[in-house]
Design a binder for this molecule. Structure first.
Ligand code: NAD
Length: 354
């Protein structure tokens, strides 16, 4: 058996906890990477892992990512993440989620949880029956602050794409700028709608091609098959589906001067940021551009804790600061010749005192 602290992804995490509840069948891992800036905040992933070792790797890697993301978003939060190890059928019960909530409560606020892949608002309500250290709970009314982070993530990416277009192409508007979007779910669909309002030219792709075609119809865009979208000749390739798509083969296929999208962990390996730079492709580091959702759920959490209402204008204001951070990273990258992903990592590490 290998000890988790000998894993390459173990990065002096402050706490890694296995949670077992025999009655509900819950098995989960909670990882706190850094609480230097505040409680570790990050979502809970519900996933079937064929190998439990992969669950541990995910918890370690994702919680470190949250430390970097929260620091770069200027939030008073550290980095944490939880994974619930689902069975093959992905059985999810309220009892299981409540048992998970109890484990979060036991940590006394060192970890604050929210949605991630496989977990929705309704699940967070079940978790919240046992812990106060939870956010991303349903809110009343469209456009209200808090709740589903997807639309806020989309808003940040939209701002980030505009900043990238300005930096790389010298254009102040995205009118006529061609953006190819991989994945048109909660985030990618939102990005497409916002860009369409500004007159961008869109090519949409999704493994659910009916979904992509319906949105393309609505926004008067084109579609591309899932295996073709990375090769579309365009101005911006925006990945909003899977991680690890920027590998040697993927980068070689790109026909775009900019990569800017919301998917987590886009670079397959650390050196792929350098590969993009060598090809002259401007990269928006994923955890910087996709911070809109965590900004929203964090402000929602802090407001609830203080017994106040979450201020949507404050959420918007902070999301609008994402382009400024990207610009700082790109300028530093241009000046030093160090790729933007490495510049961002160094900035984040400094902020969390590492
Ligand atoms: P989602 O499930 O709503 O949408 C994902 C979409 O991608 C779906 O329509 C799915 O069919 C499609 N898809 C899956 N595999 C694909 C493939 N190979 N090619 C093309 N399309 C594919 O998820 P989401 O919330 O929109 O999240 C998208 C990405 O953004 C994920 O990587 C997620 O981790 C990341 N992210 C999301 C948020 C958020 O607030 N929701 C925040 C930060 C990062």
């Amino acid at each position: 058996m290998t000890a988790f602290w000998t894993e390459p992804d173990y990065d002096d995490h402050e706490l890694v906890q296995l949670v077992r509840d025999r009655v509900s069948g819950l098995t989960a891992i909670i990882a706190l990477h850094s609480t230097h800036l505040g409680p570790g905040a990050g979502g809970t992933r519900f996933w079937h892992y064929a190998d439990p070792q992969d669950a541990m790797r995910d918890a370690l890697r994702l919680s470190r990512g949250m430390s970097y993301k929260n620091a770069m978003a200027g939030l008073p939060m550290g980095g944490g993440k939880a994974v619930i190890l689902a069975d093959r059928e992905r059985t999810k019960t309220p009892q299981m989620l409540e048992a998970f909530g109890e484990a979060v409560e036991t940590l006394g606020g060192a970890y604050v949880t929210a949605e991630d892949v496989g977990i929705g608002e309704a699940d967070m309500v079940a978790v919240s029956r046992r812990t106060q250290y939870v956010t991303g709970l349903p809110v009343d009314g469209e456009g209200a602050a808090g709740g589903d982070p997807g639309p806020f993530t989309a808003m940040g990416i939209y701002h980030g794409i505009k900043a990238a277009v300005r930096h790389k192409l010298g254009k102040d508007s995205v009118r006529g700028v061609h953006v190819a979007i991989q994945g048109v779910g909660s985030v990618g669909g939102g990005v497409a709608r916002l860009l369409s309002k500004d007159g961008a030219k869109l090519t949409l792709s999704d493994i659910d091609m009916d979904r992509a075609a319906a949105l393309a119809d609505e926004l008067e865009g084109e579609t591309a098959a899932p295996d073709a979208v990375m090769g579309v000749a365009c101005d911006v390739f925006s990945p909003n589906a899977l991680g690890a798509i920027l590998d040697d083969a993927g980068i070689a296929r790109l026909d775009a001067p900019i990569v800017a999208g919301g998917a987590n962990n886009q670079l397959a390996r650390a050196h792929h940021g350098e590969t993009l730079a060598e090809r002259g492709i401007l990269y928006a580091p994923d955890y910087v551009i996709n911070a809109g959702g965590i900004i929203s759920v964090t402000l929602e959490y802090l407001a609830r804790r203080d017994g106040t209402a979450c201020d949507i204008n404050e959420v918007r204001k902070r999301i609008a600061q994402i382009p400024g951070r990207l610009k700082e990273i790109w300028q530093e990258s241009d000046a030093s010749g160090v790729s933007p992903d490495v510049v961002a990592d160094r900035m984040a590490q400094k902020l969390i005192g590492r």
